[in-house]
Design a protein around this ligand. Structure first.
Ligand code: ADP
Length: 254
């Protein structure tokens, strides 16, 4: 379980103070598929980076399974980070390494023996449907294929939680759909808790069970996607819902 307890985050740089998060409280249950939606600058990345301790709260606490991240030892933090995978908008692959080697990175870091590593990487590549690309380089892949490599790499250390940072924002709608289906399968079949941050309503609508709507660092509303979608309260959500309805209705009845 992931818990934010009255979390605030202030950045100070070059005499400018930014309140990135203000009194954020939320609970994400194990096995959930949780979305955080908001416009650019709303505080989504800051929130996500707090789940794996890359940012620490200025006030309040973030807890994973009851463990307060500000109180864990260096060693415990390393262990915890291994149980949290991350998928990025720009894939973050090493261009000079093959697909196989990119997926193998976490296993090499964990000093997994060669045979086990080979078996695991090939299983993961089969799972994301890229076994035939093991020896290819990222530059030879489409955006969707690159993201599948990124997802396979994130799964290599058997995470309990997967954090997705705008994972489909660089992809076309058709490819987005296939990546969202993959994330859904990871959540259902592997039981991994998934947190997605996005500015795309379609992502939340397609795959999330619950959603938090964030505006200027404040959670404006939170709940089941179906409830928030049918009865939006915040201006952000009203704007998102309107934009999606306008997209989906035939022009004549807008
Ligand atoms: P989002 O992911 O929703 O676009 P962010 O969490 O990246 O939003 O940023 C929230 C606010 O915090 C923005 O105003 C951003 O400029 C600011 N911010 C984020 N990271 C830093 C940082 N390291 N230093 C200073 N300001 C930051």
């Amino acid at each position: 379980m992931i818990q934010f307890k009255d979390v605030s985050k202030t950045f100070k740089s070059k005499g400018v103070t930014t309140q990135a998060l203000q009194h954020v409280s939320l609970t994400i249950e194990d096995g959930d598929m949780f979305g955080v939606i908001g416009f650019s600058g709303a505080g989504k990345s800051t929130l996500l980076r707090m789940v794996n301790g890359l940012e620490m709260p200025t006030e309040g606490h973030v807890e994973i399974n009851g463990q307060d991240l500000s109180k864990v030892s260096h060693n415990e933090m390393r262990k915890l980070r291994k149980s949290i995978g991350m998928v990025f908008q720009q894939f973050n692959l090493l261009d000079s390494r093959t697909v196989f080697d990119n997926v193998a990175i976490p296993l090499r870091l964990n000093k997994v023996d060669k045979d086990t590593m080979h078996k695991k990487v090939m299983e993961l590549l089969e799972y994301v449907n890229l076994a035939d690309k093991a020896d290819a380089y990222p530059g030879q892949l489409s955006g969707g294929q690159k993201q599948r490599v990124g997802i396979a790499r994130a799964l290599a250390s058997d995470p309990k939680i997967l954090l997705c940072d705008e994972a489909t924002s660089a992809l076309d709608p058709q490819t987005t759909k296939s990546i969202l289906e993959l994330l859904q399968d990871i959540n259902k079949r592997l039981g991994i808790t998934i947190v997605v941050i996005t500015h795309e309503m379609a992502v939340v609508k397609e795959i999330c069970h619950r959603v938090a709507v964030i505006e200027s660092g404040v959670i404006k509303e939170m709940g089941r996607v179906v409830d928030i979608f049918t009865n939006p309260q915040s201006q952000t959500m009203k704007d998102f819902v309107t934009s999606i309805i306008n997209m989906e209705l035939p022009a004549g009845i807008k």
